[in-house]
Write a protein that binds this ligand. Structure first.
Ligand code: ADP
Length: 263
C-alpha cells in the first residue's frame, strides 16, 4: 500500500511537472507569436529598422522552446519499459484500496477478476499508472457519483477484428477494462482523447497527458487500446496487452522445430 501511495504521489508530481512544462512552452509560444505579429506590422508599414531585433527575439524564444522539448524527451526516455510476465488479476487486487481512496465514497467500486487469466507481458508499474489514471478520469466524469468497474479477461483478437483496427496484430491478449457510468464523451472529444495536451478540464486540473501516456505505454507493449463511450451513459476503456509466452518470451516453437528450452 505504501508503494501504491508513493506511485500515486509520483503521478501527481509528474502531472504537475508536465503541466508546468506546458505552461512554460505556451509562454515561449506567446513571445514568438508576438514578435512575428510585430514584424508583420512593421513590414506592412515599410519600417524595416526594428525587424532584426524582433527576429532575434523570436529566434531566442524558439530556441528555448526547442531545448524544453528536448529535456522533456530525455525525461520520458529515462524510464525504459521493463516488461515481464504479470498477473493482471493480482495487480488489480493489490490496487483496490488505492483506487477506492482515489475515487471517493460517492462512487461504487467493483472489480471482476476472471479466473484462469493468462499472464500478460508488460511493465507492471506502467500498468498500475495506467489503471490509476483511468480511474481518475472516471472519477472526474462522475461528479455526482456512479459506478467504476475494472474487469479482466482473456481475449483473442481475430482476423476480422484486426482488419478493422490498423496496426493491431491478431492473437492472444489479456484485456483490462475500466468502465464508468459518467458523462461519456461526445464524438469530437473521443476523436482527440489520445492527443497529448488535449483536455476538456479547467486549467490546473487536467494536463491532457493521461490518455496519451497510456496510449504510448500500450503501443510500446505491442498492445491495443479502445474507447467505447456514450454521452450521458458512460465510458469503457479497454486495454489489450499481449499474453506472455513464458520461457524467455520466445514464441512457441513450431511443431517439429527443435528449439532450446530455458527452464
Ligand atoms: P486529462 O484527464 O488531464 O484531461 P486525458 O488525456 O486523461 O487528460 O483525457 C483527455 C480528455 O478525455 C479529458 O479531458 C476528457 O474530456 C476525456 N475523458 C477521458 N476519460 C474520460 C472518461 N472516463 N469519461 C469522459 N471523458 C473522458
Amino acid at each position: 500500500i505504501e508503494e501504491q501511495l508513493r506511485q500515486a504521489q509520483k503521478m501527481e508530481a509528474i502531472g504537475q511537472l508536465t503541466g508546468g512544462i506546458a505552461h512554460d512552452f505556451n509562454n515561449l509560444l506567446t513571445g514568438i507569436i508576438g514578435s512575428l505579429a510585430l514584424m508583420q506590422k512593421r513590414l506592412a508599414q515599410g519600417r524595416t529598422e526594428t525587424l532584426e531585433r524582433y527576429a532575434g527575439l523570436a529566434l531566442a524564444s524558439a530556441n528555448r522552446a526547442a531545448a524544453l522539448t528536448h529535456r522533456l524527451l530525455a525525461f520520458s526516455r529515462r524510464q525504459p519499459l521493463e516488461a515481464k510476465a504479470v498477473d493482471a488479476n493480482a495487480l488489480v487486487v493489490s490496487m483496490e484500496d488505492l483506487l477506492r481512496r482515489t475515487i471517493g465514497e460517492s462512487i461504487v467500486f467493483q472489480s471482476v477478476e476472471t479466473p484462469g487469466l493468462w499472464p500478460t507481458l508488460c511493465d507492471p508499474h506502467q500498468l498500475e499508472n495506467a489503471l490509476l489514471n483511468l480511474a481518475i478520469n472516471a472519477r472526474d466524469a462522475m461528479p455526482d457519483g456512479g459506478r467504476l468497474t475494472i474487469e479482466t479477461a482473456n481475449a483473442v483478437l481475430d482476423e476480422a477484428y484486426v482488419a478493422r483496427e490498423p496496426g493491431v496484430a491478431a492473437g492472444q491478449y489479456v484485456m483490462l477494462s475500466v468502465t464508468d457510468t459518467g458523462t461519456g464523451m461526445p464524438p469530437d472529444v473521443m476523436a482527440r482523447a489520445f492527443d497529448p495536451f488535449f483536455t476538456t478540464k479547467p486549467i490546473g486540473q487536467g494536463t491532457g497527458l493521461g490518455l496519451s501516456m497510456i496510449y504510448g505505454f500500450v503501443k510500446q507493449s505491442d498492445g491495443h487500446i479502445k474507447i467505447y463511450s456514450e454521452p450521458g451513459q458512460g465510458t469503457s476503456i479497454k486495454i489489450f496487452l499481449p499474453r506472455s509466452q513464458g520461457a524467455g518470451e520466445a514464441a512457441q516453437p513450431e511443431a517439429g522445430e527443435a528449439a532450446p528450452r530455458a527452464e
